[in-house]
Design a protein around this ligand. Structure first.
Ligand code: SF4
Length: 350
């Protein structure tokens, strides 16, 4: 731990415990300043303390905390590797949402924590945390937006762990978003997966992605910074999203480009062992043929290269046969889907 940073955090915690700046101090048993590594590369923000947190003076120690711990584990993280805090540090009565003036009063403490930890990425958990950090117009699903930033730090918006208590699919999304945040801060290594193991429970997973073509009949590939493997943009389907919406969102988040879906393309399935939850994952990925409509190519942190490749180049770069089959299907489908003639110049690229 970096002691030069830890001391201000501790002094900050002492000030929070004595704070009476807003009405929330009146009903608290303990203020909950937050906890974790002062050198953490991820800073997680929740809404506010609940009953258990208020009793113990620690964040996320109740049922939602168990969900958070499980989601962190799926992303290959422990609490010791992140810093966890809340938008307000004292429990709102009856667990109501914090009011705007309470959020505003508590905001300087959050800003000071962010300055002290200097994380590489921030994860907001729930709408209150997202809007509390980025403002009332912030939305987790705003279309056409690049990843938001706070003081230059990328922000990953996900669900509050308490929401996953009522909808297990949201827990999957939470884990997936935390894994995405891990990719943003690449020096934290991801857990290695491997061949399926005997006698493990099976966890199904659904993703969606795109074979994105430009106006010169080239396909877009990304290279993962951690493993150096080239791949196609794809990601986890979130509750309420269609497969097409997921595919377009993932392209936007991972590459900065907006795309138009041209046609369903193919789907692939594969299985692997996930050490983080000791399960065999049976993954299905649905791919669409898409064409670029705008944006500027800028790979998300976690990817160290992105480039447009002709068919032969793409097949040579891709590591997995599954991915190569997607590329083959994309080039087979190219002419009928776009009206372009393979090998000719651009027809409709922005
Ligand atoms: S919620 Fe924040 S501003 Fe309000 S009393 Fe607690 S520490 Fe102070």
């Amino acid at each position: 731990m970096d002691t030069l940073v830890a001391e201000p955090l501790e002094a900050l915690a002492a000030r929070i415990r004595a704070c009476t700046l807003c009405r929330l101090h009146e009903g608290r048993t303990n203020a909950v300043p937050g906890e974790g590594a002062a050198s953490a590369r991820l800073l997680l923000i929740g809404e506010g303390p609940g009953r258990h947190e208020d009793e113990q003076g620690r964040p996320f120690v109740g049922a939602a905390g168990k969900v958070l711990d499980a989601s962190l584990a799926k992303a290959g993280l422990t609490r010791g590797e992140v810093f966890i805090t809340n938008i307000v540090k004292c429990r709102p009565p009856e667990n109501r949402k914090p009011k705007a003036d309470e959020v505003a009063a508590c905001r300087p403490y959050l800003e000071a924590q962010i300055r002290a930890v200097r994380p590489a990425a921030i994860v907001t958990m729930g709408d209150t945390a997202l809007k509390g950090l980025l403002g009332p117009s912030a939305s987790r699903t705003a279309p056409g937006r690049r990843r938001p930033r706070h003081e230059g730090i990328p922000v990953v918006a996900t669900y509050h762990p308490a929401a996953a208590l009522y909808d297990r699919r949201l827990g999957e999304v939470l884990g997936s978003d935390l894994a995405r945040a891990v990719r943003l801060v690449a020096p934290i290594t991801r857990p290695r997966s491997g061949r399926p193991r005997q006698s493990r429970r099976v966890r199904p997973a659904l993703s969606s992605g795109c074979a994105v073509l430009d106006g010169e009949n080239r396909i877009l590939l990304l290279r993962r910074a951690d493993e150096g493997l080239w791949c196609l943009p794809k990601g986890t389907v979130e509750p309420g999203e269609t497969l097409q919406e997921t595919a377009m969102r993932e392209v936007r988040e991972e590459t900065g480009l907006s795309v138009r879906i041209l046609a369903p393309l193919t789907e692939i399935t594969y299985s692997f062992y996930s050490p983080s939850d000791d399960a065999n994952v049976e993954k299905r990925v649905v791919y669409f043929l898409a064409e670029r409509t705008g944006g500027r190519l800028k790979p998300e942190p976690g990817f160290d290269d992105a480039r447009w490749c002709g068919r032969a180049d793409a097949l040579r770069r891709l590591h997995f046969e599954n991915d190569r089959n997607v590329v083959r299907r994309a080039f087979e489908a190219l002419a009928p889907a776009t009206g372009r003639t393979r090998g000719r110049g651009p027809a409709a690229s922005s």
